[in-house]
Write a protein that binds this ligand. Structure first.
Ligand code: SF4
Length: 357
């Protein structure tokens, strides 16, 4: 089934040079890990994120010293094609300054930024600068007032507070906003987003918060986000990992590619290897993954350990390898190109890939 056809048509919003919602491509986001004090490392990280296909970059602002850095990064053109979201907690003035410095969006939780009065000032500033706002209420940062009201049922408090913030934004006639309601529990995340999607029509930024390491975080995110996306819910996403921000982007695309919602970068189909395998398939696959890791053009690569399923899968791919005992057959667009010695396969693969690209 074509998932794109059941995607919910949310309201379109603008963030810098990009559009979110209303059936636009689901954007992959990430958040930087380096500090402003390590500005060269931060710049390098931003460049790597952009090269890896990150479409929206979020940066945490910790204090007012961050603002000069933000202003310089914007001036230097880092975010001309990849919008910047300034993540601000507690300090509404910092959100105002970030917008003045050129942030395309501020992520705030009205519940901890100083209440609706301060939120109104941020909305007014966003109207002036043309920025959007992300209302981001995480399971760990729900306003205590709502927790008390709903008897510490954090999920209900998270949903109800978000709905109230939405009404407040609407009352101020500000509609250029998206919403996130992430929980660290996958099932609670699914429940929160399903409920919000039923009740409101603004774009939803999906994520499972504090998802964990590269391994467990990717799996939790794939399960939670995959279920929601499969129901047509979600307009942007971030896979939160206790690992590199570039890996977050890779995981995000892997989820979207798997569901047929985007076609981005390399899709490696490699067999798990078994007693029939006569080559070091793991090392060869890792090497090919390393070579192709930065490619953004859609490409299907098959790496198969033996002749049982090998030729079949390899034929279906743009470029494929099927191993026998001492030889490896290279397939390009369904046709066997040639057979090479196993020891030469990585070099030969690279050669064919260059020709293909
Ligand atoms: S393709 Fe061949 S080597 Fe790979 S898992 Fe299947 S049977 Fe084993």
């Amino acid at each position: 089934m074509e998932i794109n056809s059941i995607r919910k048509k949310t309201r379109e919003i603008i963030i810098g040079s990009k559009k979110i919602g209303a059936g636009n491509p689901i954007l992959v986001q990430s958040m930087t890990k380096n500090k402003f004090k390590q500005i060269d490392l931060l710049k390098e990280e931003i460049k790597e994120l952009i090269n890896s296909g990150c479409e929206v970059i979020r940066i945490a602002l910790t204090d007012k010293s961050s603002i000069n850095y933000i202003r310089s990064l914007v001036k230097e053109g880092f975010f001309s094609d990849t919008p910047l979201v300034a993540d601000v907690q507690f300090d509404f003035e910092l959100a105002l300054l970030a917008l003045e410095a050129g942030a395309h969006c501020v992520r705030i939780n009205p519940g901890n930024i100083g209440g609706l009065e301060k939120t109104a000032m941020i909305i007014k500033k966003a109207k002036e600068t043309g920025a959007c706002i992300r209302i981001g209420v995480n399971s760990g940062s729900v306003d205590k007032k709502y927790l008390k009201k709903y008897d510490n049922d954090y999920l209900r408090a998270m949903i109800e507070s978000t709905l109230e913030y939405v009404r407040f934004f609407e009352n101020m006639e500000f509609y250029n906003f998206k919403i996130s309601a992430k929980a660290s529990s996958v099932m609670d995340t699914i429940y929160a987003y399903r409920t919000l999607s039923e009740k409101i029509n603004y774009p939803l930024h999906l994520g499972v918060t504090e998802a964990g390491s590269k391994f467990s975080g990717s799996i939790k995110s794939a399960v939670g986000l995959g279920i929601l996306l499969n129901e047509g819910i979600g307009d942007t996403l971030r896979v939160s990992l206790t690992d590199s921000s570039v890996d977050e982007v890779k995981a995000g695309y892997c989820i979207l590619n798997s569901l047929g919602l985007r076609q981005f970068g390399v899709n490696i189909i490699s067999c798990p290897a078994c007693g029939r395998t006569r080559v070091d398939l793991k090392t060869i696959t890792q090497e090919i993954e390393r070579i192709t890791g930065k490619m953004t053009k859609p490409l299907k690569i098959a790496i198969m350990g033996c002749i049982v399923n090998g030729p079949g899968e390899a034929r279906e791919a743009d470029i494929g390898i099927a191993f026998s005992i001492k030889k490896a057959a290279i397939f390009v667009k369904g046709k066997i190109l040639r057979s090479v010695d196993v020891k030469d396969i990585v070099t030969e693969f690279k050669h064919e890939l260059e020709k293909l690209m």
